[in-house]
Design a protein around this ligand. Structure first.
Ligand code: GDP
Ligand code: IMO
Ligand code: MG
Length: 429
């Protein structure tokens, strides 16, 4: 089997888009399996920069098939706009397929997302893309899936019924009700554009794996935002873990051969919630500036913290990570000393696991080790040996603390600024 899962090991924005695009250059198929346009994946090559929210980051390899699997929640208007954007910029989108079982985000889901946030005891700081309410509707069995959405008569019949309770709720909250006729009119061209792309993607991906094709699974968000294994309730509404791929794609559980845990050389988080290694001073400001740490989807300033080994070992366990990709190493230039959190102090005890309750987690104090930093620009480095010794030692320390090999490290946003240490596909690099 030639399958690789690209998994966010932290709170998202680790550089999954960059690595998926990199691996996609040699892949036959790239599959996005969960989340929606809450994701923002940045890809940079040939002096061009793309921000993708829904379409898999394999779209820049015209030879690769790109799949949006059943575990995703899809805003058809956002997808339509993303397709137009790519086509205008000369990107071939003819090999894109969408699962007939993926759930649809409708305008009222976004509205409900905003209302929910205002009503919560602890606002999550969601992206307001309607992700939570759409997954709620899926679990409550009142959602609509892409296969039915593109059938105009079925969608109309469903919408007429579905909008009755939604409009009562919106009216009570002082909002304008939705008009069935207006929604049908707005979606008409979008349904026509998307219909030819809809199919049974479970069969498509299964056949590719059976034929020993090179398949990359692209996660959105990160392990610490997982609905089950993240910092609940400050999480998203799906599971970005490797364990969720079989369910979210419709393939056998043993289909995942390699799991690459994508992690920054430090940590960031956007949105509210516990963050044990966060620091807020001149140094975090410097990292934010050097790493351009502003959200791809919302533009919000990302919070900054030291690398957290407790977090990485948690991600290693729940995902079965087989190697790490260390991203944004270049950003640590001029940071002295470098710190790594190796455990937490809680009520006078040392712990190395993530507490389930965020109230307990909030009480944890990071225990850190310090390492000398480096001052040279490493953005043109092409090998491990070219790195300053301090950066080499930093990477070696991460390997020993996680007991995981580093498969690659990244020294800039561009596709070229990627240094492979251990080949992923047999014939790559
Ligand atoms: P994703 O959501 O995991 O795909 O990550 P994002 O694209 O949201 O955020 C990662 C950001 O870091 C983007 O702006 C990337 O262009 C950028 N990036 C990725 N790798 C590197 C790197 O090694 N160095 C620097 N300086 N930037 C990087
Ligand atoms: P990528 O794929 C970083 C965060 C939001 C919020 C929480 C819940 O680019 O790594 P949601 O809109 O999902 O209900 O918001 O999750 N969040 C992300 N943070 N990167 C992402 O995706 C994220 N997607 C959601 O900021 O805290
Ligand atoms: Mg992102």
């Amino acid at each position: 089997m030639n399958t690789i899962a690209v998994i966010g090991a932290q709170w998202g924005d680790e550089g999954k888009g960059k690595i998926t695009d990199y691996l996609a250059m040699k892949a036959d198929m790239v599959v996005r399996y969960q989340g929606g346009d809450n994701a923002g994946h940045t890809i940079v090559f040939n002096q061009d920069k793309f921000a993708l929210h829904l379409i898999p980051s394999g779209i820049f390899n015209p030879g690769a098939t790109n799949v949006m699997a059943n575990g995703m929640v899809i805003n058809p208007s956002a997808l339509y706009e993303e397709l137009i954007m790519l086509e205008k910029r000369g990107i071939n989108t003819s090999k894109l397929y969408i699962s007939d079982r993926a759930h649809v985000i409708l305008p009222y889901h976004k509205m409900l997302d905003a209302i929910n946030e205002r009503m919560r005891l602890h606002p999550v700081g969601t992206t307001h893309k309607g992700i939570g309410p759409t997954y709620v509707d899926k679990a409550n069995r009142v959602g609509i899936r892409m296969g039915d959405f593109v059938d105009k008569q079925r969608f109309k019949t469903w919408l007429e019924k579905q909008l009755i309770p939604i409009n009562i709720l919106l009216k009570d909250a002082g909002y304008e009700p939705y008009s069935v006729a207006k929604l049908l009119q707005d979606f008409d061209p979008i349904q026509d554009r998307l219909r030819p792309l809809i199919c049974d993607t479970s069969t498509l991906v299964y056949q590719a794996i059976q034929a020993n094709k090179k398949v990359v699974f692209e996660g959105a968000q990160g392990t610490m935002l997982c609905l089950d294994h993240g910092t609940y309730p400050f999480v998203t509404s799906s599971s970005p873990t490797a364990a969720s791929i079989p369910l979210n794609v419709g393939i056998p559980p043993q289909s995942i051969k390699q799991v690459v845990g994508i992690t920054k050389a430090y940590t960031t988080r956007v949105g509210a919630g516990v963050f044990a290694t966060e620091f807020n001073n001149e140094m975090s400001e410097k990292i934010r500036k050097q790493g351009n740490e502003y959200g791809t989807t919302t533009g919000r300033a990302r919070r900054i913290g030291w690398l957290d080994i407790v977090n990485l070992n948690h991600a290693k366990r729940v995902n079965g990570i087989t190697s790490l990709a260390i991203m944004l190493l270049d950003v640590l230039k001029g940071i002295h000393p470098l710190k790594i959190c190796t455990s937490y102090q809680l009520d006078g005890k040392t712990i190395d696991t993530i507490p389930a309750s965020i109230e307990t987690y909030d009480l944890c104090q990071p225990v850190t080790i310090e390492m000398p930093g480096f001052d040279t620009d490493i953005s043109h480095v092409k090998s491990f040996e070219e790195l300053p010794i301090e950066a080499q030692n930093y990477l070696l320390k991460i390997e020993s603390l996680t007991d995981l090999p580093i498969g690659l490290f990244s020294v800039g946003p561009d596709r070229e600024q990627t240094v492979i240490l251990k080949p992923f596909f047999k014939d790559i690099d």
